[in-house]
Design a protein around this ligand. Structure first.
Ligand code: GDP
Ligand code: MG
Length: 441
């Protein structure tokens, strides 16, 4: 029972539901606060109850991996929380579908509008973009630039300051031109302001969108609940897109956005480029949220880039949990071959942040290669030993001399080995899904 409470505590409270609630207390009138508090705690309470129902530790025979069972239960509960039980609106062929994007400034609306348009354009749709952001200077230029790049028709104005008028004109024009996916990009503010929500309400009334998409930055955390709720109160949000999932943020705020809007997440943004956009998949998302890494993404990548005959061996090693320097060496080799490095790394729990900081892929690659040359000066015994104490000062000195590197550098490599070993050992006993069978997670 203590374990369950602890783990639930770690995972739920770590999402700072409780903290956010007490923070909110400072900002909002009491009545609203009580209601919100109940809402927020209810999410946590429900989850706790469900997990306790599922995991009855007293009934488990000795030898069961309790931690894993609890993790699995939490995993399933979080997956459920990401599913509001409602399928999102999908554009219908043969008619103009109007999609309106809302979100605070900087959340990624304009970028995401183009990605969304481009995604459908590649599937044979005829999208068009309308810039109803008259608030930010340069907003129209930004949309124009994106749209031109993707060869998508656009509409906007440098002089007209009424977003309602522009959006209506734009939507009407593209309806006449038989576009079947008319996307309305709106303005944002840095804060949630009454004027913004009134503007959203009016634009929505004028354009009658089939779907309103709430765009949120993956790093906003608990602010997501209030933000999403505020938008939901002025326009009928029907779907959520999380942006900047290529960064370090895990996107936990999405749980709150889903709860506040009762709408599903449909896509995630994974970069600044047009094609860095993925259909939302709940399991890899939740794995990442729990620090379990994006296993299905990782596995797919492995299946994609690794010779089939080498796969079982790697997976076997992973599930055994023993991590030797030779394994690290082989993994470095694999990683160097795997293409867009940062993507692969971000999928492996614990590997990404330090080993491969974003924007420093070249340097990181050089560092990995340097590590590998040092390992080339090691003996087979050293490479194959699982004993981390084997590398004594004298051995370190020998390796440093052999590789023409400083002792400090060899130690740095061994530190990395220790760190990755910790990550690796977490995978022990992991049931690794086969391609196309991610349900084993
Ligand atoms: P808006 O104010 O809501 O329209 O936000 P923008 O579309 O202008 O985006 C704000 C910033 O976030 C820009 O610099 C974008 O390039 C960046 N951005 C948007 N989506 C992503 C993403 O998925 N990943 C990354 N790394 N950057 C993004
Ligand atoms: Mg914008």
């Amino acid at each position: 029972k203590k374990d369950v409470d602890n783990l639930i505590g770690i995972h739920c409270i770590a999402h700072r539901e409780a903290l956010a609630a007490s923070d909110a207390a400072k900002k909002i009138p009491e009545l609203l606060f009580v209601e919100k508090l109940a809402n927020k705690f209810k999410m946590v309470k429900d989850m706790q109850l469900n997990i306790k129902k599922i995991v009855n530790l007293d009934d488990l025979a000795a030898g069961h991996n309790k931690r894993r069972i609890i993790q699995q239960a939490i995993f399933n509960e979080l997956c459920k929380m990401m599913d509001p039980g409602k399928t999102p609106y999908t554009p219908k062929k043969g008619r103009p579908n109007v999609i309106m994007f809302v979100g605070l400034q900087g959340s990624g609306k304009t970028t995401t509008c183009t990605k969304y348009a481009y995604h459908y354009q590649r599937k044979g749709w005829k999208p068009a973009l309308v810039c109803a952001d008259t608030f930010r200077a340069g907003a129209f230029d930004q949309l124009k630039q994106n749209a031109t790049k993707a060869k998508i028709p656009f509409y906007g104005s440098y002089t007209e300051s009424d977003p309602v008028k522009i959006s209506q004109e734009g939507v009407d024009r593209f309806k006449e031109e038989n576009c079947d996916l008319i996307i309305v990009d709106t303005s944002g503010r840095h804060k949630q302001e009454a004027a913004l929500f009134e503007e959203m309400r009016q634009v929505s009334e004028a354009t009658k969108p089939d779907l309103v998409i709430f765009v949120m930055d993956s790093s906003i955390g608990q602010a997501a609940f209030d933000q999403a709720q505020a938008f939901k109160q002025s326009v009928s949000v029907g779907a959520v897109i999380i942006t900047k999932m290529d960064g370090h943020a895990k996107g936990g705020g999405a749980l709150s956005a889903v709860a506040a809007t009762k709408s599903p997440v449909i896509f995630i943004g994974t970069g600044e480029h047009m094609d860095e956009f993925e259909i939302f998949d709940v399991k890899p998302f939740v794995s990442r949220l729990l620090g379990m890494g994006d296993w299905s993404g990782f596995m797919n990548k492995i299946h994609e880039v690794m010779p089939t005959d080498q796969q079982p061996e790697l997976l076997q090693k992973l599930s055994e949990g023993t991590f030797t320097l030779r394994i690290m060496y082989e993994q470095f080799q694999n990683i160097l071959q795997m293409g867009p490095l940062n993507q692969v790394f971000s999928m492996i729990p614990g590997f990404s942040a330090e080993l491969m900081p974003k924007g420093q892929e070249k340097e990181s690659q050089a560092r990995i290669k340097k590590f590998m040359t040092m390992m080339d000066s090691m003996t087979n015994d050293e490479l194959d030993s699982a004993n981390q104490k084997l590398m004594t000062e004298s051995r370190i000195l020998r390796v440093a001399r052999g590789a023409g590197r400083a002792v400090k550098e060899v130690k740095e490599m061994l530190e990395e080995y220790k760190r990755l070993g910790k990550v690796w050992s977490k995978m022990k006993g992991l049931k690794i899904p086969k391609k196309g069978d991610m349900s084993a997670l």
